[in-house]
Unconditional design. Structure first.
Lengths: 406, 153
């Protein structure tokens, strides 16, 4: 018998269970106790991800793309970032999966089976941009706590489902409704069954948008397990944490939802801007709503070497949270001059927009191609880091790639 | 009479021989299992695998604990014990914080994430973290690093 087995067999929890006491520490939990499908040492195979994706964390699972992997117009699963707060639910019983609508502000509590949701409400398909609130966190100074995302925690997949507003109308809301909060089947890292890893939500106005979906398909197929199978709330343009995965309950609240990761410094930034490293009290933190204007050069991969005289085609996407991208520019001289890119309209609201440009370099040398998007309100991306915040959210600084002309 | 006596002696001798043989077998067995304790269990192949993984568990290469990726330094064992039960070591090693920052993080985990009281170990843990995973100044924007140059076709 090895030490770990001994620990498992004679841990406090076990002794506790003999005595009828529940120890919630679970600090002797080991990888051995994970079910086989989550024990697979190869997360790329397990989640169907490309080998070039970057694994940030394996408990909980967090993985991001690199800029050049995101070149597709519609992000395929293999290049879609994974952001988990808790443990992925196991043994999903699709036949008995249901969604309960409850909370202070529903007329009556109602439960729908998954089949009922699919058959009773009209289906809609949208391309929706989902970006982690902490995308770009790794650049903040002083460093911000959490998974150190670089640029790849963003995707724009095609989501199919029913409108949340259709379900909310079917349930009937009281006038007091101000917010919805989701609850889901994922479990807390500590093993404590009474704790939710994350339970966030959006104001009623966002919940009632046409594009806010209860989705059951991603890119035309069942949603992959890591992305919320069998039911995911999708609130495009907002921090992706608002798009709850594996959801089984939505509470309609008469106040701002107070679930896990709605308070403190989680997905909140100082209401008034602060100096880097400042301490901010809870009451001075405000919930992030729409994500800011941002763009990514997805072609070529950084590090391209090309001969003088050959032009360079660049491609990428830009997105603007709730808004549209109005203008896309690039610079090869660190912002001294900007030239415009051609920019496509979005196929639907909240989808990222594609841009491209053809660049001619005047002479040999080291260059950086910087990309800058401007939204429909005239707000552009900063070239340096935007305002510091304790958890390092909302870094929408211009993306750039290195190029050598020889 | 003497015939009976001789028979009894013979039987006694036989029993003693068997007894001695059993003792030798028992001692031999003890020595064998002393050297091969895993053979005591029926699931021997699994135990062998575990033994290997236990060795890997403690392996340190170039100052890095191989299994977890932690910098090998005073306090690492406490960090492994207390900080990797719920989440991966990767969540620790990718972060950079001052002692104060690590303390605030521990407090947050105690208040919201079921982390237990670290007692006297807390100082050792935060000292280890601040020393090996302390903040590095980055400024408002860093140079592009680790560029993998390639000819564009």
């Amino acid at each position: 018998m090895n030490r770990r087995d001994f620990n498992n067999k004679f841990s406090l929890s076990t002794i506790g269970s003999f005595l009828g006491i529940h120890f919630i520490s679970g600090h002797l939990l080991s990888a051995k106790q994970l079910p086989v499908h989550l024990q697979d040492p190869d997360p790329y195979k397990m989640f169907g991800k490309d080998k070039n994706m970057v694994l940030l964390n394996d408990r909980p699972w967090n993985m991001e793309a690199r800029a050049h992997l995101l070149n597709d117009a519609i992000t395929p699963n293999k290049y879609m970032f994974i952001r988990n707060n808790g443990k992925i639910p196991q043994n999903i019983d699709i036949k008995n999966w249901s969604l309960t609508l409850d909370g202070e502000s529903v007329k009556t509590k109602k439960t729908y089976s998954l089949n009922e949701l699919k058959s009773r409400f009209e289906h809609h398909t949208y391309q929706l941009t989902l970006e982690c609130g902490g995308n770009g966190r790794s650049e903040f100074d002083p460093p911000a706590k959490g998974n150190q995302w670089s640029v790849g925690a963003v995707s724009c997949a095609e989501w199919t489902g029913i409108r949340l507003k259709d379900v909310l109308k079917d349930v009937g809301l009281e006038d007091s409704a101000v917010y919805i909060g989701y609850h889901a089947a994922d479990t807390h890292l500590s093993g404590d069954p009474t704790k939710e890893p994350i339970s966030r939500g959006v104001p009623i106005a966002k919940a009632m948008q046409d594009e806010t979906l209860l989705a059951f398909k991603m890119n035309g197929k069942d949603i992959p397990l890591a992305h919320g199978y069998p039911l995911r709330l999708v609130c495009g343009g907002w921090p992706a944490s608002a798009s709850g995965k594996w959801i089984n309950r939505i509470s309609v609240r008469n106040k701002v939802h107070d679930g896990a990761k709605m308070g403190g410094s989680s997905y909140r930034v100082p209401c008034e801007t602060v100096a880097p490293g400042a301490k901010v009290s809870d009451e001075n933190m405000c919930i992030i709503q729409s994500m800011p204007i941002k763009s990514l050069i997805t072609y070529p991969k950084t590090g391209a070497i090309l001969p003088l005289g050959k032009s360079l085609s660049i491609k990428g996407h830009a997105w603007a949270g709730e808004l549209e991208v109005a203008k896309m520019e690039y610079s090869i001289n660190f912002g001294s001059t900007w030239a415009s890119c051609s920019l496509k309209n979005p196929p639907n609201r909240l989808a990222w927009q594609h841009f491209d440009a053809k660049i001619r370099f005047p002479k040999k040398g080291y260059y950086e191609v910087w990309a800058r998007a401007t939204d429909s309100h005239g707000i552009g991306q900063p070239m340096v880091l935007p305002g510091w915040n304790p958890k390092g959210y909302l870094n929408n600084a211009c993306h750039r790639i290195a190029v050598k002309v020889v | 009479m003497s015939e009976v006596f001789r028979k009894q002696v013979k039987r006694l001798m036989g029993m003693l021989t068997i007894f001695m043989f059993l003792i030798i077998l028992f001692l031999g067995g003890l020595i064998y299992f002393q050297n091969h304790p895993e053979k005591l269990y029926l699931n021997a192949p699994e135990e062998e695998l575990v033994e290997i993984s236990e060795q890997i568990d403690d392996k340190i290469e170039n100052g890095i604990h191989v299994r977890t990726g932690f910098v090998a330094d005073e306090g690492m064992d406490l960090v492994i014990q207390n900080c990797t039960s719920c989440h991966s070591s990767k969540l620790v090693t990718q972060n950079r914080m001052s002692k104060e920052g690590w303390e605030a993080t521990i407090l947050w985990m105690q208040e919201t994430q079921n982390l237990w009281d670290l007692g006297a170990n807390q100082d050792v843990i935060t000292a280890y973290l601040a020393k090996n995973y302390g903040p590095v100044a980055k400024g408002r924007r860093q140079n592009l690093k680790d560029i993998d140059w390639y000819p564009l076709k």
